[in-house]
Design a protein around this ligand. Structure first.
Ligand SMILES: CC(C)(COP(=O)(O)OP(=O)(O)OC[C@H]1O[C@@H](n2cnc3c(N)ncnc32)[C@H](O)[C@@H]1OP(=O)(O)O)[C@@H](O)C(=O)NCCC(=O)NCCS
Length: 181
């Protein structure tokens, strides 16, 4: 069993999940405004679902399939959001995904966490490419992708289905050769 690292930024600590986080996680992620623009977060979201998801993290990390961090406040340790990479080892690439609890939007937290996870992906995981996708009706997420240096690659028509409705999606990515390591 490998130990997942903790990343530190100016205002945040990005750390591995623990089962003790389930209730706090459910409170933030259970807000419909989070699941509304996330492809795979259901609503309502129970504490049991949070526990189940947390309990799979270590195995997924050990198998090199994903690395997921809780975004927490540096001085006080409270939970702010979640961020992580879903990895394809064969292709040496990963998809970045994230959410920030509603009380903490518009403070630049997602961009700050995203830059740190991207650096980890290139420097530690030695990835060649990191991509991210957002619903077209969620331009705020696109702004985060642009701020951390991802380039727009395409508009995917009706690529996701959310709340029984097809959603257009924007695809962004950054390559290892785009960043100065
Ligand atoms: C998308 C999300 C992660 C952004 O988190 P955040 O911490 O508020 O993001 P940041 O503060 O780092 O940056 C947001 C940027 O979007 C901009 N923005 C805010 N509202 C916007 C809007 N309606 N349209 C375009 N840009 C917008 C902000 O101005 C900011 O850019 P700036 O710093 O240059 O001003 C957050 O809103 C969220 O969790 N949403 C629900 C879940 C989700 O959609 N996750 C992403 C799935 S792809």
């Amino acid at each position: 069993m490998k130990e997942q690292p903790t990343l530190t930024t100016e205002r945040l600590i990005l750390r591995p999940y623990s089962l003790a986080d389930a209730k706090e996680l459910q409170t933030l992620i259970g807000d419909r405004r989070i699941s509304d623009t996330m492809h795979s977060i259901p609503h309502p979201y129970s504490v049991g679902m949070a526990e189940e998801w947390i309990s799979m993290r270590q195995k997924s990390f050990d198998e090199g399939k994903s690395v997921q961090f809780l975004i927490t406040d540096k001085p006080n340790g409270f939970l702010i959001g979640g961020i992580g990479l879903t990895i394809s080892k064969e292709d040496e690439n990963a998809e970045l995904g994230y959410w920030i609890g509603k009380p903490y939007w518009h403070k630049g937290y997602c961009s700050e966490a995203g830059a740190a996870v991207m650096k980890y992906g290139f420097e530690v995981l030695a990835l060649n490419r990191i991509c991210a996708r957002h619903m077209t009706r969620n331009p705020r997420s696109g702004k985060v992708m642009q701020k951390i240096g991802l380039q727009h690659e395409g508009h995917l028509r009706q690529a996701w289905k959310k709340w029984d409705k097809f959603e257009d999606v924007e695809m962004y990515a950054i390559l290892r050769c785009d960043v100065i390591l």
